[in-house]
Design a protein around this ligand. Structure first.
Ligand SMILES: [Fe+2]
Length: 385
């Protein structure tokens, strides 16, 4: 969970009369993603968030599954996903299951004419290329290279890019994305052995409050459909809010790696968790310092999880022919390990500059048509070359 934060004007006591200068009441809204059973925020609007004036015909953005079942190591060239001007159209689901969807996007233009809300999934937007600003009811989040932008499901947002070339690696999660439980104290603070702490979390800033009346379209995603819902007032009409449920940014560059005398297992890289998957960050770090250490990973049999790695930057000591934006998928059921020559090459190396995001899913991922379009078909044989 995120820690408590407040911004703007809020009443002294929740659920009490909070009046505008003209004597009318502000409209209170409780925002949560798990009913009334977990963290929440209270927002105070100039106008009720319920004033629908019309609705559009919905359209489908369901991922088109090409391979439902498979047992083979796969690799995809993520940067071969074609750029598209529209932010929503640019988002291409490549690997999906019932817990999460892995989406690649190369949007060229900002989304300023309408708003977007994912009513199904938390969105973790990893910024590989580009920078800009996420505008929300809670304020603005300025994002740069290496940022994880965490957007709780239901958050209304717009995205403004300062750049034309943008590359995003997106994880849509059908359950809340949290800090790993092992790093949270029983009182909710990030513990001393966590690779990051509250200071590394960037909450929304610069709360802008609109009082504009008109026709405001919120494209709302629900069960693979986009519903166009038009509202009477600008959705960013919040004068203040407080609570523990809000979008935030954590930079992968603020992840402090945990290293050891011998090779450390993937859980030391864990950054977030959700129901049935985890997100890990591989960052530049010193290698293992036992005199006989082998920095390259050992072969391992991930029998109960699919391992997906999204390569961001730097050199990868365990793999050949790695390119920026590449994805490897090592499915649960068959072992995988370093490419031939990588183990010997790693001995004596002092550090790695690798930067990557790993998603381990506890149920198999399915491949979409978009994934097959960008696949490197020779990857499965790359250990025998
Ligand atoms: Fe692995």
């Amino acid at each position: 969970m995120s820690h408590y934060y407040k911004s703007g004007s809020i009443p002294h006591k929740r659920h009490t009369q909070f009046r505008k200068p003209d004597g009318n009441l502000y409209s209170e809204q409780l925002f949560s993603t798990e009913g009334f059973s977990s963290v929440y925020s209270l927002l105070y609007h100039n106008h009720p968030p319920t004033e629908i004036i019309r609705t559009d015909k919905p359209y489908s953005v369901m991922p088109q599954i090409a391979e439902e079942k498979m047992l083979q190591h796969r690799s995809f060239q993520g940067f071969n996903i074609k750029p598209e001007s529209d932010y929503l159209k640019s988002r291409k689901p490549v690997l999906v299951n019932n817990d999460c969807q892995i989406v690649l996007a190369a949007p060229q233009q900002s989304m300023t004419k309408h708003f977007y809300k994912n009513a199904d999934a938390d969105e973790l937007l990893f910024i590989h290329e580009g920078n800009g600003k996420l505008k929300t009811q809670y304020g603005e989040l300025e994002f740069n290279y290496g940022d994880y932008v965490m957007v709780p499901r239901g958050t209304i947002y717009q995205v403004e890019f300062a750049t034309h070339t943008n590359r995003l690696f997106i994880v849509e999660s059908f359950s809340p994305i949290r800090y790993p439980k092992k790093y949270i104290s029983k009182e909710g603070q990030l513990l001393e052995h966590s690779p990051y702490c509250e200071r590394d979390i960037r909450p929304p800033e610069n709360l802008q409050t609109s009082d504009e009346k008109g026709d405001f379209l919120i494209l709302t995603k629900k069960k693979g459909m986009i519903y166009g819902i038009h509202y009477l007032h600008h959705p960013f009409d919040v004068v203040g809010w407080d609570g523990c449920c809000y979008p935030y940014i954590f930079s992968i560059l603020d992840f402090e790696p945990i290293t050891g005398r011998v090779h450390q297992p993937p859980p030391v890289h864990q950054t977030f968790e959700a129901h049935n998957f985890v997100v890990c960050s591989f960052v530049p770090r010193l290698f293992d310092y036992h005199p006989l250490a082998i920095p390259a990973p050992y072969n391992h049999s991930n029998i109960d999880s699919d391992e997906l790695i999204y390569y961001v930057d730097g050199d990868f000591m365990s793999r050949k022919n790695v390119t920026r934006g590449m994805i490897t998928l090592h499915p649960g059921g068959i072992p995988h390990g370093p490419h031939p020559g990588a183990v010997n090459k790693s001995i004596g190396a002092k550090e790695t500059k690798e930067l990557a995001v790993m998603v381990d899913t506890f149920h198999p991922l399915q491949l979409t048509k978009e994934a097959l379009n960008i696949e490197d078909k020779n990857y499965v044989m790359s250990w025998s070359e």
